[in-house]
Design a protein around this ligand. Structure first.
Ligand SMILES: [Zn+2]
Length: 541
């Protein structure tokens, strides 16, 4: 009996996500799944002629901060227009849950640089399950999953206290982690340059990753240092995880600052050795030579003990101020000193909600307005804007980016968040351009890897790290998350000067069997689901 399909994509070249050679075939979609791959003669409610186009699984962004802004921007247009059909939030130790009654205010301070200013979040969830349901009810165009951030977890138990965790505090953290994993989190993330993540010892992290090893999931780590201590930091990551049985995923692998350029080779060699011993180690990278983060990452970690208000009073106190400036000038143990590594002219302000005029200026230009002495000017400005700003750091070496991106262990990711042209500011262009840029610049122009291999790095590789059961490949029975693009024309348009620009060369995007981009434009459909580890999604579980 002839089968009826809801949609047939006719005659596209299939890049199935595995890295296997591409081929031409039709794809028949019924409801949310790929029903058939081959030559399809039967009727369909919608037939799209995609001859001459590539058809790949929807791109999966394993390193994303979408959880912070998905409530105000459920359409995720900056990602959907790139072909990203699934993103994983909660990276770098920074997740929206859990929220404890004791320290909710501190968690909100911790998250505030990443949130959309002016949006009323409500803060009416306590854990990952409640947060997931809120997202699902609000509607989402993309599929989204979450990691539990170690920083958020630690604040929920201990606030911004710097001390080691007591056995009772460790027990509480383990219980909250177990609860989050039961509610469908994909693993644990940590950000060891951010307070309070930076206060954690190796033992604390080992104990938590051991839980992950037992119950499944992976450990995504923004390492303690990505510049002069890069190799030592990869070794620490391996030590933390090796005995636990958890898969280790090193986030945004890079070597920041000119004296450290080239160290990514040594870093990947340490990872290759760990793999040879049997460890499951992977990493990710974004296709740009600049990173982005919150402005307080420039300060020594001790300054953030007690949260942002405590930091602001230290910035105003002459004695603490003197110590801060000394640490900034001379460095301190355990402090990744970006200002010293790359210089203030290589730090650009991305967003500064309280004073938009600073957006796009370098820190050097801003500090000069405030004082003839750079550090005095910088700290005065921090007080003025209450430390609420994000920055772009131009710190990476092109050859390093090429090397990491083309290494078989790396996924290509954005490390961005959901935004919109309406949101303004100067966010890192990766939020709009990562995936088209990877395919245009690194595959088509530089020819560093084949299109098949490139598609694998943004589909089946991240899907396998997340243990997704039915996404990341074009297979009969898998979810119909698909991107149709022109390999000769796909390119990013977003720049540091003009970041809010959609890419070119993407014909259509399908999420769970429904078109979300058609003819290069958003359709407005919101077929996305919150993904639950071990289940298919919140909707189908
Ligand atoms: Zn990070």
């Amino acid at each position: 009996m002839p089968q009826h399909f809801d949609m047939v994509l006719k005659g596209g070249r299939i890049f199935d996500g595995t890295g296997n050679p591409s081929y031409v075939a039709d794809i028949g979609i019924t409801e949310s799944r790929i029903a058939r791959i081959g030559y399809i003669e039967e009727d369909a409610s919608e037939i799209a002629d995609v001859r001459g186009f590539a058809v790949s699984p929807g791109f999966i962004d394993l390193h994303n901060h979408s959880d912070h802004t998905i409530l105000p921007f459920p359409d995720a247009e900056n990602y959907i227009m790139q072909g990203v059909t699934t993103s994983l939030g909660g990276n770098c130790g920074i997740s929206m849950a859990p929220l404890s009654a004791d320290f909710c205010k501190l968690t909100r301070d911790y998250l505030s640089p990443f949130l959309h200013p002016g949006y009323e979040y409500g803060w009416d969830w306590k854990n990952t399950g409640e947060f997931s349901r809120k997202i699902q009810e609000n509607g989402t165009t993309q599929n989204v999953g979450f990691l539990i951030g170690h920083g958020t977890l630690r604040i929920a138990v201990k606030g911004f206290d710097r001390g080691a965790c007591s056995p009772e505090e460790m027990r509480k953290m383990r219980a909250l982690l177990d609860e989050a994993m039961e509610e469908g989190a994909f693993g644990l993330s940590a950000g060891l340059i951010y307070s309070p993540g930076s206060y954690a010892s190796e033992e604390e992290l080992s104990e938590l990753t051991a839980r992950i090893g037992k119950i499944g999931g992976f450990f995504a780590l923004h390492m303690r240092n990505e510049s002069d201590q890069l190799i030592e930091s990869v070794e620490e990551a391996v030590r933390i995880t090796e005995k636990s049985g958890a898969a280790l995923h090193i986030s945004h692998l890079k070597a920041g600052g000119r004296p450290n350029w080239g160290k990514v080779h040594g870093a990947l060699a340490v990872m290759d050795e760990a793999r040879a011993r049997g460890m499951n180690v992977t990493c990710d990278a974004y296709p740009y030579n600049a990173g982005m983060t919150t402005i307080t990452a420039l300060l020594p970690p001790w300054t953030l003990e007690g949260g942002v208000n405590a930091l602001l009073s230290r910035l105003g106190d002459p004695d603490s101020r003197e110590t801060i400036i000394r640490d900034l000038r001379e460095g301190a143990v355990g402090f990744e000193n970006w200002l010293r590594n790359i210089g203030c002219s290589n730090v650009g302000i991305a967003a500064c909600p309280s004073a938009r005029r600073y957006e796009g200026m370098t820190l050097q230009e801003i500090a000069r307005e405030k004082s003839p002495e750079f550090h005095e000017g910088f700290l005065n400005w921090l007080i003025e804007v209450e430390c609420n700003a994000t920055m772009v750091l131009f710190s990476l070496y092109e050859d390093d980016v090429d090397f990491v991106i083309s290494h078989p262990l790396s996924c290509v990711v954005s490390d961005g968040w959901i935004t919109s042209p309406k949101a303004g500011g100067k966010p890192h262009p990766r939020g709009y351009g990562t995936f088209p840029r990877f395919l245009a610049r690194y595959v088509r122009e530089k020819r560093l890897l084949s299109l098949e291999e490139a598609v694998r790095k943004i589909t089946s590789l991240p899907a396998s790290i997340m243990c997704l059961k039915d996404r990341g490949m074009i297979r009969e029975g898998f979810r119909a998350d698909l991107v149709v693009f022109d390999p000769a024309k796909i390119r990013d348009k977003a720049t540091f000067e003009e970041p809010h620009q959609f890419p070119e060369g993407i014909h259509s995007v399908v999420v769970n069997g429904r078109k979300v981009v058609s003819g290069g434009c958003l359709t407005g459909a919101r077929p996305g689901n919150v993904l639950i580890k071990g289940e298919y999604s919140l909707e189908s579980s």
